[in-house]
Design a protein around this ligand. Structure first.
Ligand code: NDP
Length: 326
């Protein structure tokens, strides 16, 4: 028997969430069974657990878009019993049972070996948030944004993606402007490497099609008006990476920044990102992250639902790590 968080849909359309005792024969199909050691709560998991977003595509569902642990059973050539593996994305926790369980059975092609020098716990201190932050940071570098190009702005700076993007960019020598709705976390953001703190409210109201040119690069987790205002404030040739919708799914912008300043808007998707690029991101994370600076809240499976509400209500800074083994 093992424990898992299970989301079910009632006849009324309401969802229920509970920690349930499961048996191996209940696990979905897959060629690798993993003894999960650590999972995390990402924004998407919080939406799934609270039912505040339509994340789960079929019920019953074990949520959790990422996890790390040890291979317990394998019928594929690429992973052997005892291998340390991690998984993020591929629809796990949405269409296929995910990581908020003591065991997971998945397709071997979704698994990534834990990078050398990292523990399974460390991989989930980063989780999908860290890997997405690195996708954004690398997208900026690949498009020629260097520390000499000018400041880089990061929104949702106290959240998972944002805080790790601040740390990664500062580590590479960029002048980082951290946008946050939580001024009280300014000191922590500075220890991560933020050079300037900007109140979220300064970007939340409708602005002009073109604002004063301020930033050479951007990592945006907010979407909505915040993203529109960021695009309007980029320097000529600036690059914006858009990965989130913490503010809104909308994009109330004009084309002015794109056709008058040559600004690029780059979409970042972590879920279906090809395996080769994932492994590259995880290797870079192993080299560049200062784990002692990450703010981690560790919880048990039983605490996942209340922590999910706290995450969406802006009561948690940094990362939420879920402990699966006692
Ligand atoms: P977190 O909840 O950890 O962080 C989100 C942060 O956004 C908050 O901490 C807050 O930071 C900020 N925020 C909250 N509400 C608003 C608002 N109304 N306007 C502007 N900013 C706001 O989430 P994650 O870091 O895990 O994820 C961030 C976003 O990125 C989510 O939308 C998520 O779905 C998306 N995402 C996308 C991925 C992809 O593949 N494209 C992968 C991973 C995440 P502060 O208080 O500092 O302002």
């Amino acid at each position: 028997m093992f424990d898992a968080v299970v989301i079910e849909k009632e006849g009324s359309g309401q969802q229920s969430v509970a920690v349930r005792a499961m048996t191996d024969d209940m696990l979905p199909e897959g060629d690798v069974t993993v003894r999960v050691e650590w999972s995390t709560l990402n924004y998407k998991d919080a939406l799934a657990l609270t039912g505040r977003g339509a994340i789960v595509r079929q019920f019953p569902m074990v949520p959790g878009v990422d996890f790390a642990g040890c291979v317990e059973q394998s019928s594929c050539a690429s992973f052997a019993v005892g291998d340390r593996v991690l998984l993020n994305g591929w629809g796990v926790g949405e269409r296929h049972w995910g990581g908020l369980a003591e065991k997971a059975r998945v397709k071997s092609e979704w698994l990534t070996p834990v990078p050398a020098g990292m523990t399974t716990r460390q991989t989930m201190e980063l989780g999908t948030a860290g890997y997405t932050a690195m996708l954004c940071v690398e997208a900026l570098r690949e498009r020629g944004v260097t520390p000499e190009s000018g400041p880089v702005v990061v929104t949702g700076a106290t959240g998972g993606v944002g805080s790790l993007a601040v740390m990664l960019l500062a580590g590479r020598g960029y002048h980082v402007v951290a946008v946050t709705g939580r001024a009280e976390e300014s000191d922590w953001l500075k220890t991560l490497g933020a050079a300037e703190i900007l109140p979220r409210a300064s970007l939340s109201q409708p602005g002009r099609p073109l604002e004063k040119a301020r930033w050479a690069g951007a990592v945006d987790v907010a979407g909505g008006q915040v993203l529109a205002n960021i695009c309007a404030s980029m320097v000529y040739g600036g690059v914006v990476t858009a990965c989130g919708l913490a503010s809104s799914m909308e994009f109330p912008a004009t084309v002015a920044p794109f056709i008058l300043r040559g600004v690029s808007l780059i979409g970042i998707d972590s879920v279906m990102c090809p395996q080769e690029r994932r492994e590259k991101m995880w290797t870079l994370l192993a080299q560049e992250i200062s784990f002692e600076k990450i703010m981690v809240t560790e919880i048990s499976l039983d605490e996942a639902v209340s922590a999910a509400a706290d995450l969406l209500d802006g009561k948690i800074s940094g990362r939420v790590l879920v402990r699966l083994q006692r």
